[in-house]
Design a protein around this ligand. Structure first.
Ligand SMILES: C[S@@+](CC[C@H](N)C(=O)[O-])C[C@H]1O[C@@H](n2cnc3c(N)ncnc32)[C@H](O)[C@@H]1O
Length: 275
């Protein structure tokens, strides 16, 4: 099916086909895991040094160093929750990348922590959490109605007084992604999209009307062609606040990136489920 972005696409069309790269596919997930773990790039997950700093901020600022029950929504290979486990916390990590969940499970030292393969738009989150988090920009990569649903489920899963920490992409970050020049690359020894030789052509588009960026990937291999896209919804801080309020949160605050002001592309947002 042709998933090429069309000019003036209606919002429902923007989100009607596959709107993410195939994180959930086995081979793609295996290849992506190498990017999550790489110390040469911050793609997919940040490098260890920055994750250590973020985890210290969460432990001190959000959890007040008290052993807590944590829900990590879109946990990837568990790089945050595994560190928090070592600081005495417990919890559940959810992700639909099979290689990520296998890695996190293999690294997990605690019987009080579980990593589960699940699509967070449909999974049950359970209840009794002191803290929930969604880290590294995934907030914007869901259709607005889907992220509203995920936020409502996070609110239900938290205990009264529980804290949510989110890391949405800034509006400028999403717009920059849409306005970035296209690029093409050759991967004779395999790459993210295939183990075999392939080429990738990326085109980007910023849809000012819907404040959405669309990146389309055309992957050519063995005379065949596959297409993928990433759709990112841009939000103002007020809009994010509105989504969180209608999901039942209060005390919504925007912080410099994990208190460190070292990343202009993401906002760190905290919110509380009222007592
Ligand atoms: C940018 S990575 C961030 C991973 C992790 N939070 C971190 O910072 O290391 C985004 C993650 O979201 C996961 N993801 C995206 N959509 C999902 C969905 N609908 N259900 C579950 N996981 C999802 C991907 O598999 C990927 O691991």
């Amino acid at each position: 099916m042709d998933t090429r972005p069309q000019e003036n696409e209606a919002p429902s069309d923007l989100w009607s086909e596959a709107y993410k790269i195939p994180w959930h596919e086995k081979g793609f997930s295996r290849r992506m895991l190498a990017w999550h773990l790489s110390q040469d790039t911050d793609l997919a997950s940040r490098r260890a040094e920055r994750i250590d700093a973020h985890v210290a901020w969460i432990h001190e600022t959000c959890l007040n160093r008290r052993p807590s029950n944590i829900l990590d929504i879109c946990c990837g290979p568990g790089l945050y929750l595994l560190r928090l486990t070592k600081l005495g916390h417990r919890g559940l990590g959810l992700d639909f990348g099979p290689a990520s969940i296998e890695y996190a499970t293999a690294q997990n030292p605690s019987p009080d922590v579980t990593f589960t393969l699940a699509d967070v738009t449909t999974a049950e989150f359970g209840s009794g959490y002191d803290f929930a988090m969604m880290i590294y920009g995934e907030f914007n990569v869901f259709p607005p109605e889907a992220i509203r649903g995920v936020m409502r489920k996070a609110n239900t899963a938290l205990e009264p007084g529980g804290i949510l920490t989110l890391e949405p992409q800034t509006l400028a970050c999403v717009e920059a992604a849409g306005r970035a020049p296209g690029e093409s690359s050759e991967h004779p020894d395999g790459g993210l999209f295939s183990d075999g030789p392939h080429s990738v052509i990326v085109t980007n588009r910023w849809d000012e009307g819907h404040r959405v960026s669309v990146s389309e990937y055309v992957v050519r291999e063995d005379g065949g062609e596959s297409r993928y896209r990433i759709v990112n919804q841009a939000y103002t801080q007020d809009e994010i606040g509105g989504i969180l309020s209608s999901a039942g949160f209060s005390g919504i605050e925007f912080h410099a990136s994990f208190g460190a002001d070292d990343d202009d592309y993401f906002w760190t947002v905290t919110a509380t489920k009222p007592e």
